[in-house]
Design a protein around this ligand. Structure first.
Ligand code: G6P
Ligand code: MG
Length: 999
């Protein structure tokens, strides 16, 4: 399915480092307010204008937020039930402190009146300052230039700063600034769309104290139900022009500072306004006044330009780690930079806050955080600024007690269950089938902790509460998992795909739960060994037993992962594949997203996915599944996925890249990369999509560059999308910084800073150190697909692992002759017939033998070899071999065997696959073994197929040479650095996907 897109508004100019708007566009205003939002992880403020909005009231949404500052309301259910979420937490829209009205000789500046002579609004992602430059002619004909700048300090969490410079262009003029702090808050409208806000902000705050003295305004408010206090304090002053007159006033909840100055023609007068926002979430109420005053003092001391300098420095450090450069596509670079910039602006840094689904840019989803954090956003910070990832995980740990309480609500006598959506740890989801039932949140958080520890080596997170969280949340899985025959089942949960609810054995959930309980057992073992004291305490406090830990391992080993044999794919859950497939052809485009047009029951009854579910598991635990299954899973699920969730296309992009569907990968990536800039989901005015923003980074790093971290090792498999000439990114691992650059010339891996490292490129080790910081490797050649008529396989090392038995037998022989037998010799013997192999071993040892003795030794090796293979059964087929033979036959291709082993026919019998071959070359009739082409030519002749129409499959250098000599394309099994002549190389037949080769 391709993603549905909603109409987009007029697009902005393309600039890789800036978001620029070159004309005032009232229709796009709401959207632009989101895009131009500023934040620092603590404060966020929408890109509204300083002067009051003069257009349609619905075309603007004033919004300033503090991460984690919320109020609550009881959730009312006309039909209640036990354990339903009781209260909703919602992020509060705060009083607006940004107001700056301007009047020139008594005429009030407004974009809606007069003439806009020139206009530009821009946000440079390296500067972190929103700048609007307007040349305006008033209705009475006075021309002025206004340069309004705004920043939310990335270095001072409480500070929002503004600078507004006004220059009369024709004649001296009286300039009036009125800076306001407005306690009257409008909440976002209540909406039918469940993804938007509930509109409660307006009722939530009451004013406790106000002060307005010349230059300074203070507003203290309190939330109605959550009992939080907010202090907003502003300081303003004017520079340039005549000595300003300043008066302060308070009227109808608006605190104003009025400045009046006379400005000379051509000379600017500049208002600087600093705002401090502090709340009782950060400090006791009694300290808020001092905190705000201190923050303002510090900000005023450096001034706006000083704050702007700090901003630049902070962002330079961020981009130093996080920049992704794409040569050949500016629109894309802009999308990537914009996304990363917003993530950096939105993520909580204080260990007590999270990142909301919409960041701090709007009230969509009411400021709630979901699993988006752990699965979509933290992967970015883990590899760029891991301290921020740690801070967010620390915040989750802080809410462990609430998760414990929630687990009791759900009937778990022990353990902890994290809420599906929340601000401060309370479950806020009023629709449990797509909320609380998504138990996978527990495993997602544990997974992020695992990833963090593996990527940084910082195990203090575990001893600082991480282990406790992992154990407590694992207990819920152990509680749910029940044995059915020989495997554990988990019933009645909902997976990531929200178009399917309340199912047994959701594939994603079980994969992640398996990972989670396995990790919990591992952490317990590690802690017992390495941190015995802390472990003993925790053990006692949690009343943990060795039996319980052993049970976790057992659940991990035997948790059911539903697989459909007939289709050769994973089942999304036990019932999924027997449901009716959604009628996509009969669904008009305007009925997407389905959630706004069909009752959930209608959707639940069908095979239709809102987002990646199985496909996401294939990414996160790709090490568990062979590529061939991944490919079939992808094909199946992609066809029934609407991507109605913004969390979907990035994951599909990653797996498409892995299974070799490069163009699909690129299309999905493009759907994600500019989602907000182009408003492709049609709802960016309610806030940016932070998960998709993280997803774009993942699509590049994990998708195109193929990064997978396995047991703390970094594995890459880069490809280069056609449209790009080069891409480059950096990556943090265990405190070191790496750089990866990919172009047609190859892949460059560079150690920018830190200790030596071994990483892997398509399975090949790459060592980087201070002495040798750079290594380049070529990109794999693209395989020229052809309409093959037959596939000719080698046996040993391809279909069955007898290569190791040959190896053992030859080694035994070499040992008796006292000839050194090393890996190189072993490799060179692969595919070589018995007598030739013996000759090569004797040559190596410089030994010559009488013919009779030569024959005796060759026979002896064969006796040993036969002993070794004597016990072989069908189970000795290599992974993917049987599937491959079946697939090739099912596609109507002939199958041949080209093995020089005289034991080959007997082995085929033992493996029970003799009848799957249309031709088996009799090795005894060969004049020359591999690398001579004779054997592959004979196989082709026996099959009655032109050699050029055959694909040869081999694990040995000699075998690949034989295939190429016969004029066939060669598929190597093993490592590309060894099988350099092969046209393509895969690690094993479990990675064989016929469509990668067949035109
Ligand atoms: C295969 C193996 C070789 C082996 C040859 C002869 O090509 O890769 O290692 O030497 O067969 O096998 P045989 O069973 O006839 O000794
Ligand atoms: Mg072989």
């Amino acid at each position: 399915m391709s993603a549905t897109s909603s109409p987009t508004l007029s697009s902005l100019p393309t600039d890789p480092w800036r978001l620029v708007e070159t004309r005032w566009d009232a229709d796009a205003n709401l959207l632009r307010e989101t895009l131009f939002a500023l934040g620092n992880g603590h404060i966020g403020t929408r890109g509204t204008y300083d002067e009051a909005w003069q257009g349609e009231p619905d075309a603007s949404m004033e919004g300033t937020y503090v991460n984690g500052f919320y109020d609550t309301e009881a959730i009312r259910y006309p039909e209640n039930a036990y354990g339903f979420a009781r209260i909703n937490e919602f992020m509060l829209n705060l009083p607006n402190a940004k107001g700056v009205e301007i009047a020139i000789d008594g005429e009030r500046f407004s974009l809606a009146g007069g003439v806009i002579v020139a206009y530009e609004r821009s946000l440079d992602f390296r500067e972190g300052v929103l700048v609007r430059t307007v040349e305006w002619k008033s209705p009475a004909g006075r021309r002025v230039r206004i340069v309004a700048k705004r920043l939310v300090s990335l270095s001072r969490s409480a500070i929002l700063a503004q600078s507004v410079a006004v220059t009369p262009l024709d004649a001296d003029a009286t300039v009036e600034f009125v800076t306001t702090l407005n306690s009257q808050v409008r909440g976002s409208e209540e909406s039918f769309d469940p993804r938007l806000g509930s509109g409660a902000s307006a009722r939530a705050l009451s004013t406790v104290e106000t002060t307005a003295t010349p230059g300074r305004s203070v507003l203290v408010s309190r939330t109605r139900n959550s009992g939080l206090t907010l202090r907003i304090e502003t300081l303003a002053g004017v520079a340039g022009g005549s000595t300003p007159e300043c008066t302060a006033s308070e009227d109808g909840g608006v605190l104003s500072q009025r400045f009046r100055v006379v400005a000379k023609a051509g000379e600017a007068v500049t208002l600087e306004k600093m705002t401090a926002i502090v709340t009782s979430r950060d400090a006791p109420v009694s300290e808020l006044a001092a905190q705000a005053a201190g923050a303002l003092e510090g900000a005023r001391a450096v001034g706006f330009e000083g704050l702007a300098d700090e901003q630049r420095t902070r962002l330079a450090a961020f981009w130093e780690k996080a920049d992704i450069e794409i040569e050949g596509d500016d629109a894309l670079s802009q999308g990537l930079h914009f996304n990363l910039y917003h993530l950096f602006q939105s993520i909580g840094r204080d260990g007590r806050t999270n990142i909301a689904a919409k960041g701090l840019t709007g009230e969509g989803y009411e400021g709630h955080s979901f699993w988006d954090t752990e699965i979509y956003v933290l992967p970015v910070f883990l590899r760029t600024l891991p301290d921020l990832a740690r801070a967010v995980l620390q915040h989750r740990i802080g809410y462990l007690d609430k998760a414990r309480a929630r687990a009791r609500d759900l009937g778990h006598v022990r353990g902890a269950l994290y809420p599906w959506r929340t601000i401060t740890g309370e479950e806020c989801s009023a629709y449990f089938p797509a909320g609380t039932a998504q138990y996978h949140i527990n495993a997602d958080i544990a997974f992020a902790i695992k990833q963090y520890v593996e990527a940084t080596g910082d195990d203090t997170l575990l001893t600082d509460g991480g282990a406790e969280l992992v154990f407590e949340t694992a207990r819920v899985w152990a509680d749910l998992a029940h044995l059915v025959e020989d495997s554990y089942h988990i019933d009645e949960v909902t997976g990531p795909d929200e178009y399917t609810a309340l199912v047994n054995n959701n594939f994603y959930t079980n994969v992640m739960a398996k990972t989670h309980v396995g990790f919990a057992a591992e952490v317990a073992g590690w802690m017992e060994r390495e941190k015995p004291e802390a472990f003993a305490k925790l053990y006692e406090r949690l009343d943990l037993t060795a039996d319980e830990v052993a049970h976790w391992s057992d659940v991990s080993d035997r948790l059911r992962l539903p697989y459909d044999e007939a289709r050769g794919i994973h089942a999304q859950d036990d019932a999924f594949l027997s449901r009716k497939v959604w009628d996509f052809a009969g669904t008009p485009a305007e009925n997407y997203p389905l959630l706004l047009h069909y009752h959930p029951l209608v959707i639940y009854r069908h095979q239709v996915c809102k987002q990646a579910d199985v496909v996401l598991a294939l990414f996160l635990r790709g090490d568990l599944f062979p590529k061939a299954i991944k490919r079939r899973d992808f094909d199946y699920y992609e066809a029934i996925t609407t991507h109605d969730s913004s969390l979907s296309t990035c994951i599909h992009s990653i797996i498409a890249a892995e299974v070799g569907l490069n163009e699909r990968a690129y299309e999905f990536f493009m759907d994600t990369a500019r989602m907000d800039i182009d408003n492709t989901h049609g709802n960016t005015f309610h806030g940016v999509h932070t998960a998709a923003m993280g997803g774009t980074w993942m699509s590049v790093v994990h998708g195109f560059a193929g990064l997978r971290a396995l047991n703390g090792e970094l594995h890459f498999a880069p490809t280069l999308p056609k449209a790009w000439s080069r891409y480059r990114f950096r990556l943090v691992d265990h405190g070191r910084t790496l750089e990866v650059a990919v172009s047609a010339a190859g892949v460059e891996f560079r150690l920018v800073e830190g200790e030596a490292i071994r990483l892997f490129h398509r399975g090949e080790p790459i060592d980087l150190s201070a002495a040798e910081p750079m290594r380049s490797v070529p990109l794999p050649r693209a395989f020229d697909r052809k309409p093959f008529k037959a596939v000719v396989f080698d046996l040993d090392g391809v279909i069955t692992d007898t290569a190791r038995f040959h190896h053992l037998a030859w080694k035994r022989l070499a040992d008796t002759l006292n000839i050194g037998f090393d890996e190189d010799l072993a490799e060179s013997l692969k595919g070589i017939d018995r007598r030739m192999s013996l000759r090569m071993i004797l040559d190596k040892g410089g030994v010559t033998l009488e013919p009779a003795e030569f024959d005796r030794l060759a026979d002896m090796k064969n006796v040993w070899y036969k002993e070794l293979i004597g016990t072989m059964t069908r189970n000795d087929l290599l992974p993917g071999a049987l599937e491959t033979l079946k697939t090739v036959r099912a596609a109507g291709l002939k199958v041949g065997l080209a093995s020089v082993s005289q034991n080959a026919p007997a082995i085929l019998e033992r493996l029970g696959i003799a009848d799957m071959f249309d031709a088996v070359v009799d090795a005894r009739l060969l004049k020359r073994g591999k690398p001579d082409p004779e054997i592959f030519l004979k196989a082709a002749a026996q099959l009655g197929v032109d050699p050029a129409d055959c694909l040869g499959v081999e694990d040995a250098v000699a075998g690949v040479a034989s295939i190429k000599g016969a004029g066939m394309p060669a598929l190597g099994i093993g490592r590309s650095s060894v099988l350099t002549e092969a046209d393509a190389v895969i690690p094993g037949l479990d990675a064989f996907v016929l469509s990668d080769y067949l035109a």
